[in-house]
Design a binder for this molecule. Structure first.
Ligand SMILES: NC(=O)c1ccc[n+]([C@@H]2O[C@H](COP(=O)([O-])OP(=O)(O)OC[C@H]3O[C@@H](n4cnc5c(N)ncnc54)[C@H](OP(=O)(O)O)[C@@H]3O)[C@@H](O)[C@H]2O)c1
Length: 340
């Protein structure tokens, strides 16, 4: 391990939407001297001109690769995750893979551990208040695999590392967006878009713009956070700012699904909010026959507004990007990449 002034940071899943921004931010951090990344795909940090970052291919399902990654680290950041996929496949990586990481951190005696949970950990039930701070219990929504796994993982994390002498930071971001994080467009919005899904349809839409795809809007608001703002919060945790604990992350201005539709050049399709639980129940019943991504309809059950006072006061975190600006940047990047 390096001394108190020069941190060695190990990152699982650095090739994803959050990881790519994080690597750039760590390269710029004066407190960090070395960054070790691991995920499954090939990745060359040299292409970005990063000198502190080294990368190895490896799978969190392989305990030996995980142990080797964390062995020399002062701080471990766990980002490796499957956000989309079927319930069983995601469970393998998300629960078993994360358990491997938690156990390796306990075994190695790592000084600090940073994990990105999610707004989904609170669940989307009627009993959850609309305004949520970190004292609301993270029970998740059982019918929504992502939410249930996030809740299970936070409990597992406390079980494995709760008694260890490790500074534990758990960040709970809302949907991450921005020009280098197109999940909102590429996966979430596209799961629910009506029309314009296939290249041939998109060509028809270009010729007949009034046939633009539609996005159902049950009237809930959603929060976004820019990938660079999440990276800044992660760096604050990695550097040990504030007290270890749980931190919500969100830009302050919620956006409506109609605004998302307009930004993407689609048409909003207002639907009654009471249609959402009915749709979610249908997806749950027909899950063997329907794409699992439709389970994300659960996230439209209700508006959740995260209170980020704690991140602001303790981590000194201030989002530099509003949700509306982030949405605009995301839509422009999606258009440039031909995604919409
Ligand atoms: N994006 C969001 O809107 C958002 C919001 C809230 C919370 N979060 C949470 O933040 C974390 C990171 O999210 P993200 O948006 O960066 O996800 P992402 O873009 O899907 O990236 C996931 C990362 O995990 C790696 N990975 C997946 N399976 C792996 C395995 N078996 N072994 C090793 N690496 C593996 C992927 O690389 P390979 O495919 O190359 O292995 C990639 O680097 C997740 O826990 C997610 O739930 C994300």
């Amino acid at each position: 391990m390096t001394g108190a002034d020069g941190l060695t940071v190990a990152v699982t899943g650095p090739t994803g939407d959050i990881g790519r921004s994080l690597l750039g931010a760590l390269e710029r951090s004066e407190r960090v001297t070395r960054v070790l990344g691991m995920a499954r795909r090939p990745f060359d940090p040299g292409v970005h001109g990063w000198s502190k970052v080294s990368y190895r291919q490896g799978d969190v399902l392989d305990p030996e690769s995980v142990a080797a990654l964390v062995a020399d680290a002062d701080v471990v950041v766990h980002l490796a995750f499957l956000i989309f996929g079927n319930r069983e496949q995601t469970r393998q990586v998300n629960i078993r893979g994360s358990r491997n990481v938690f156990e390796a951190v306990a075994e190695a005696g790592t000084r600090r551990f940073v994990y990105t949970s999610s707004v989904a950990v609170y669940g989307f039930g009627d009993d959850i208040p609309e305004h949520v701070d970190e004292t609301v219990p993270p029970h998740g929504t059982e019918a929504f695999y992502y939410s249930a796994q996030k809740a299970e993982l936070e409990a597992l994390l406390r079980e494995i590392l709760g008694a260890a002498a490790v500074d534990l930071y758990i960040l709970r971001p809302v949907v991450v967006a921005g020009p280098d994080a197109l999940l909102l467009v590429d996966s979430i919005a596209k799961s629910f878009q009506i029309g314009g899904r296939w290249p041939v349809e998109r060509n028809v839409v270009k010729a007949l713009p009034w046939l633009r795809p539609m996005l159902p809007d049950p009237g809930v608001a959603m929060q976004l956070v820019h990938h660079d703002d999440v990276a800044n919060a992660l760096v604050a945790a990695i550097e040990g700012k504030g007290t270890p604990g749980v931190y919500n992350l969100a830009a302050p201005d919620p956006v409506s699904l109609s605004e998302v539709a307009h930004a993407l050049g689609w048409r909003p399709l207002p639907i009654p909010q009471r249609a959402v639980p009915v749709a979610a129940a249908a997806v749950e019943r027909l899950q063997r026959f329907l794409p699992q991504d439709l389970a994300w309809v659960n996230a439209m059950r209700k508006t959740l507004i995260l209170d980020t006072t704690k991140a602001r006061t303790e981590l000194g975190w201030h989002p530099h990007h509003s949700a509306h600006a982030t949405l605009r940047e995301t839509a422009i990047a999606a258009r440039l990449q031909g995604l919409v």
